[in-house]
Ligand binder design. Structure first.
Ligand code: F6R
Length: 632
């Protein structure tokens, strides 16, 4: 969701804030803004614009973009917005200021009691200029400051007492020009530490890695004051001082670069062979057991935790996730149940967290999250931790909140994923889950299943080469996108372990091309969705060689009999007798049945990509979406 940055130091502040925001642009892009303390006028100046970050750059005064002429301390904050309360307008863009301009702040999250607070503040004469919940925080803080003799830290403590909901706040106080204040409650926030009293703030470490590798992770309920002379004064939820722990992170500066591709999504689709290689590297060979190596996580206390020990002595596996991560979990369910012979439930985290699920220490809960910050998955994971279940976070961000709170971490190693529409992380998540399944199978020693493992391992190891072959010929998918791009609705069907890949294929298409699409099991078609079928609704069928191939062929026949345009994505020749069933056939290489969803997903990703591109959509920044959903 929205991105926050802050800086206190001697560098030219506006370019620095803008560049840091640029690294977070993929997380929200409705509008943006910065606030900078002006040493001359002793005011806090705010600049905002709607739309892309470039629009903000265009409204910044030229002198702000230049090096400061004298060695003056620079203090400022910035924000890139994904609208929750109020449309994406300049008024609603952050930073927001209080009634008297004493306080300026940026916020990620949702203040649940903002309406009540606003009513009280309006009663006191505070005038609101926006529809946001955030402006309430700015006015409220000013109101509290009045009764705290402008002493900011006790005011923040009182503010925290009055706010309900989720927030990461970075705040400036006109009367404390050399200071930044931060507070965290259920929304990520980190502090970067530089040399000699230089500090950065960000909602994601990605925004800081170009400047420092010294990171302080704020925990829920913590707040802090940052200043050159006083350093970091950190306080816990009970308002007592907390010892500051600085983590040295491994990641070097990140180059967020399309490397010649038209979009990040296309680049990330093409990265998948290397992503799979990396996911398997040092973890598996054709005749060794998977190992999840200690340096998978930079969080040192986790390094001794063995994934192997966590996955032993369990009777049930519960996988939680949202969106694409949920779909990856669905693929793994088929494999783990087959190989390990224990029940696997896959749960949408947003529902799970509000149930009263049956959990105990014989359950292994695996939270899947590319970002490691998705609010629903994080809360479902916390529920599992409280219930005494064994917990693993399978994430692309081993520095994330989930990774820091959980029993064990599996790094999916996909590399930074910039495209809002997830592709490479889906594939990497499935590979990591398969390794976990293989490892659990070997530990539990289900004899007849053990015999199947060498073939499966080989299949995983040959995946990158097969993927490369597939990615070398994308013309048929470009043609398909042009042929079907004008339809307004599509169905994706598959069965068995490929069924979740059909769900994912439909999710990809609707996300970036805004074409209505649904994924179904081929078996479910005749229980309702078939009523939708006629010549106006194409059906994409993922047909993979294996136990359900013939069943799927019958389901495709049933759809064709209703005049649907039939597109087959298949790794097996279509048998005689079915020549007229399909209008278009996309072939992909023959492969082991278990890896078919990994290979079969590639044509579906490309179909979505080329359709969105053909329709002229903003592929990397689709409307209404954000990369990391840190609010409920
Ligand atoms: C789809 C997509 C989303 C995410 C979902 C969960 O392309 O990206 O559906 O998969 O928001 O995000 P993470 O995996 O970060 O928890």
């Amino acid at each position: 969701m929205c991105g926050i940055v802050g800086y206190l130091g001697y560098k030219a502040i506006a370019p620095l804030l803008v560049e840091s925001l640029r690294t977070l642009e993929y997380r929200g892009y409705d509008s943006s803004g910065i606030a900078v303390y002006n040493n001359g006028t002793q005011n806090i100046n705010i600049y905002k614009a709607t739309g892309k970050l470039q629009n903000l750059v265009e409204v910044l005064p030229a002198d702000l973009l230049m090096e400061p002429p004298i060695k003056n301390l620079q203090v400022g904050i910035g924000h890139i917005r994904w609208a929750t309360h109020g449309a994406p307008t300049v008024e609603n863009a952050h930073p927001h200021h209080g009634h008297h301009g004493e306080v300026v702040l940026v916020h990620n999250g949702i203040i649940e009691n903002f309406a009540e607070l606003k009513q009280v503040l309006q009663g006191k004469g505070y005038v609101f200029n926006s529809q946001t919940d955030t402006e309430t925080v700015a006015h409220l803080l000013e109101d509290i400051l009045k009764s705290h003799q402008h002493d900011f830290l006790p005011a923040v403590a009182e503010l925290r007492r009055q706010l309900h909901g989720a927030y990461a706040l970075t705040m400036m106080h006109k009367q404390a020009p050399g200071k930044l204040y931060v507070a965290r409650q259920q929304a990520p926030l980190v502090i970067g530490v530089g040399n000699q009293g230089e500090y950065w703030v960000a909602s994601d470490v990605v925004a800081l890695v170009s400047y420092t590798n010294q990171i302080i992770y704020l925990e829920d309920g913590q707040y802090a004051e940052l200043s050159e002379e006083g350093g970091v004064k950190l306080f816990g939820p009970d308002n007592t001082p907390v010892e500051v722990k600085i983590h040295t992170i491994q990641t070097g500066p990140l180059t967020i670069d399309k490397k010649g591709y038209k979009h990040f999504m296309l680049k990330e689709i093409y990265e998948q062979p290397d992503v799979v290689r990396n996911a398997l590297l040092e973890r598996i060979t054709s005749d060794t057991s998977p190992v999840f190596i200690a340096n998978d996580t930079p969080v040192s206390e986790k390094e001794s935790v063995s994934i192997a020990s966590l996955s032993q002595d369990v009777d049930r596996v519960i996988i939680i996730g949202c969106g694409t991560s949920y779909n990856a979990g669905m693929v793994a369910k088929y494999l783990i149940e087959e190989l390990v012979r224990i029940p696997v439930e896959v749960e949408a985290a947003g529902e799970y967290r509000y149930r009263n699920p049956v959990l105990n220490d014989r359950c292994l809960v695996i939270a899947i999250s590319q970002s490691g910050e998705t609010a629903d998955t994080l809360e479902a994971l916390r529920l599992a931790i409280r219930s005494g279940a064994k917990t693993i976070a399978l994430t692309n961000r081993p520095d994330s909140t989930m990774a820091r709170e959980v029993g064990g971490v599996i790094n999916v190693r996909a590399g930074v994923e910039v495209s809002v529409c997830a592709t490479k992380s889906f594939v990497a998540q499935i590979v990591a889950l398969y390794l976990l399944g293989i490892m659990m199978c070997e530990h539990r020693g289900v004899a007849e299943k053990l015999a199947e493992l060498p073939e499966l391992k080989k299949a995983l190891l040959t995946l990158p080469v097969l993927m490369e072959a597939m990615l070398s010929n994308v013309d048929p998918l470009q043609k398909l996108a042009r042929k079907y791009g004008h339809y307004t609705s599509m169905l994706f069907i598959a069965r068995g372990v490929c069924f979740p890949a059909a769900l994912e294929g439909a999710l990809k298409l609707k996300e970036i091309s805004y074409i209505h699409a649904e994924g179904y099991s081929g078996a479910e078609l005749k229980h309702g969705p078939i009523a939708l079928l006629d010549e106006s609704m194409p059906v994409v069928s993922l047909l993979s060689d294996g136990a359900v191939f013939d069943k799927m062929l019958s389901n495709c026949q049933e759809a064709k009999a209703r005049s649907a345009q039939m597109i087959s994505v298949t790794n097996k020749a279509i048998p005689h007798g079915y020549e007229n069933t399909f209008d278009d056939i996309i072939s992909y290489p023959a492969c082991h049945e278990w890896v078919a969803p990994l290979l079969g997903s590639i044509p579906l990703q490309l179909l979505s990509y080329y359709t969105a591109e053909f329709l002229g959509k903003d592929v990397d920044q689709p409307r209404n979406l954000a990369k990391s959903v840190t609010v409920e």
